[in-house]
Ligand binder design. Sequence first.
Ligand SMILES: NC(=O)c1ccc[n+]([C@@H]2O[C@H](COP(=O)([O-])OP(=O)(O)OC[C@H]3O[C@@H](n4cnc5c(N)ncnc54)[C@H](O)[C@@H]3O)[C@@H](O)[C@H]2O)c1
Length: 235
Amino acid sequence: MKTAVVTGGASGIGLGIAERLRADGLHVATLDLNPAADDDFAYRADVSDPDQITAALTDVREKLGPVTVLVNAAGVEKYRRFQNLSFEEWKQIIDVNLHGVFHTVQAVLPDMMSANWGRVVNISSSSTHSGQPFMSAYVAAKSGLNGLTKSLALELGPYGITVNAVPPGFIDTPMLRRSEEKRLLGGTIEEHIQRTPVRRVGKPADIAAACSFLISEDAGYITGQILGVNGGRNT
Ligand SMILES: NC(=O)c1ccc[n+]([C@@H]2O[C@H](COP(=O)([O-])OP(=O)(O)OC[C@H]3O[C@@H](n4cnc5c(N)ncnc54)[C@H](O)[C@@H]3O)[C@@H](O)[C@H]2O)c1
């Protein structure tokens, strides 16, 4: 039985991915700032802190074995006009959304290399297709994540490790609801649905289904790809 680590696994998309991978028959440990209290394999860890990741992974390995599947879903958004964005805020957003993935991949790589098999899926953002006003730090971090995905795919392919990204668009999660409440979406969710080709909002399960495929044996020839899951909002 393979062991997967899902960051941001306590809410929204990460939670949906953790549930799906469990249903697929994997051991799943989650790393999150606010872990579920009733889950033995839900670890409190800030992905921007390598020491917290190492501590959690030491325990995961002891209890569940080597980690050969990693899904990076932890993320934070920030809406701010660029002229009002402080360098501290910029760094905070890059620290979680991009540096967080640097730390987690570095932490699991020895397990994947020993197994000569691994799967990494990075949850980026559909905002990277076109840019997004007032989200410069977030889009820069997520675009960096797409680039990191492509480079790692080339570097790690010879070790049996695939690395892909899924940029979600318009998925019904606490993050999306927060943005709607603060009127930052440029319309209500209902109005957006009318502009979405498949005429519905996405669900965490839609992203989880893509991840389930990308970590499967069947997807072994797919690496360095950016698989948009967005209801056709970005093509
Ligand atoms: N919902 C969407 O439409 C959408 C669109 C594009 C991208 N995304 C991306 O999908 C991912 C999941 O987003 P979501 O909508 O489920 O949001 P969410 O806020 O519901 O969940 C994010 C989770 O990440 C955790 N987290 C945040 N910072 C962390 C840190 N430093 N260390 C560990 N955990 C941390 C949070 O505690 C939370 O449980 C994020 O990377 C987000 O940027 C979402």
